[in-house]
Write a new protein. Structure first.
Length: 431
């Protein structure tokens, strides 16, 4: 592998991706990694030091551990002054094409790295590692049906079969047919050991009359952990907890030099006596590699290319205090939107698209009579990192067809609006 030492450069991940795209495995490690730790990493062929020598953390300049310079590894230094010597190169090109040329030269001429990084090899390696880590013990996984947890499930099923216990909690705020598809794919097709918990009523009861968005989020998060904990306690002899932690989770929140972009969220919050050893087989994968891994493992495209979906689910799209009629209106209109986006070929083009139902009504006419019903708001946005977003300029005929279907097929709705707001000022979700 090629090791990139992290001196806080934003393009570390870009370089890591480029190297992997050239078929060579690469990992980003802390700038001050010890020679001992470095030599324990498997098959290190070369090191890239990326970032200035005078970078600061909390006002204190940082530097690499100089002991690694004389350990015999080929080193490519980028914007970093090194003592000149054999095996050491400095500087950085201007364009991406030049970058690739320099990288290729470094990887294949200087380091003589092998091109053996591909999903098939990754899966084979992970299966061996999982088997070694877990032995004949049992592993628990909270399987939401999202891309990361689904790929972890498929990988673990392949590695240890029924030793994996998946728990799918339906909090009643899932999209239409979502829990059903988790059962179909994992229980029926992959023969997984799947515990399905229908906690819909329980969540809806807890959320009754709660209108404040933050309070809703807190209740959903806390209740989720409670339900999961109850299920975990019913199961005997579990030693491990699998998690769909992926590389950006680590790179964005775990390195010494990175500004915290978002905190790393996972099934934390379990009580002390329920602490498990973690199994995190996707730890080193970028999101698109996770998808490629899912496809290689035979997961359906719909699951692998699923758009991001917030933990609190439709709960933050049924605005204010959740009611069953409005929740159904969100679920049905969202299903129509997804169907029509697929027909129009927008499902792979638009990053995130969904509907919202607010807690106010407007006047309309239905069947020649006055109606007083809810509006449905459509939101469709594009983004790279969810920190900023622009709206998708959907063709009128597509919007009109969706509007027509929502007005005809969704009960309690008499108006459809399209949200034109970018982020900022608006956030992507309404709550
Ligand atoms: P906002 O609304 O903050 O959303 O612009 C940015 C992205 O994050 C998703 N989102 C969440 N994801 N748990 C999640 O896993 C959450 O509580 C949550 N809230 C928002 C949102 O769908 C968008 O993609």
């Amino acid at each position: 592998m090629i090791v990139i030492l992290d001196l806080g450069s934003q393009i570390n991940t870009v370089i890591a991706r480029m190297i992997r795209d050239l078929g060579v495995y690469s990992e980003i490690h802390p700038h001050d990694i010890s020679l001992d730790k470095l030599s324990q990493l498997p098959n290190v062929k070369g090191i890239i030091i990326n970032g200035g020598k005078n970078n600061l953390i909390g006002g204190v300049p940082i530097d690499t551990n100089h002991a690694i310079y004389d350990a015999g590894y080929p080193i490519l230094a980028v914007n970093h002054q090194l003592a000149k010597g054999e095996n050491k190169r400095e500087g950085w090109p201007e364009t991406e094409a030049e970058t690739r040329e320099v990288l290729k030269y470094f990887l294949f001429d200087t380091c003589r790295a092998e091109t053996n990084w591909n999903m098939k090899n990754f899966i084979d390696d992970q299966i061996d590692l999982i088997k070694k880590q877990v032995g004949d013990k049992k592993v628990l996984l909270a399987l939401s049906g999202g891309v990361d947890s689904s790929v972890v499930a498929a990988l673990l099923i392949k590695a240890i079969g029924k030793q994996l216990v998946c728990v799918h909690v339906n909090h009643g705020l899932m999209r239409k047919d979502e829990s059903e598809s988790v059962i179909e794919v994992f229980k029926n097709q992959m023969d997984a050991n799947l515990v399905y918990v229908d906690a819909s009523e329980r969540f809806l009861n807890k959320l009754e009359n709660i209108a404040d968005p933050e309070e809703k989020r807190k209740i959903i998060g806390a209740e989720f952990i409670r339900v999961f904990e109850e299920e975990a306690r019913k199961l005997e002899g579990i030693d491990f907890l699998a998690q769909g932690t992926i590389y950006p989770d680590i790179v964005e929140s775990g390195t010494k030099t990175a500004a915290i972009v978002k905190s790393h969220h996972n099934v934390g919050g379990l009580p002390e006596d329920l602490k498990f050893e973690l199994v995190e087989p996707l730890f080193h994968l970028f999101k698109d590699e996770v998808r490629a891994c899912g496809l290689e493992l035979g997961l359906p495209e719909e699951m692998v290319y699923r758009q991001p979906f917030p933990g609190p689910g439709l709960g933050v799209r049924c605005l204010g205090a959740i009611t069953k009629d409005r929740l159904e209106a969100v679920r049905e209109s969202d299903a129509i939107l997804r169907e029509e986006f697929k027909i129009a070929g927008l499902n792979k083009k638009v990053w995130q698209y969904f509907t919202i139902v607010p807690d106010f009504k407007s006047v309309g006419i239905k069947n020649d009579a006055r109606s007083f019903e809810y509006p449905v708001i459509i939101r469709a946005i594009n983004t790279i990192d969810a920190m900023t977003a622009s709206i998708e300029q959907i063709e009128w005929p597509v919007l009109l067809k969706i509007t027509d279907r929502i007005l005809n097929e969704v009960p309690n709705v008499n108006r459809v609006c399209y949200d034109l707001s970018p982020k900022p000022c608006a956030t992507i979700e309404w709550e």
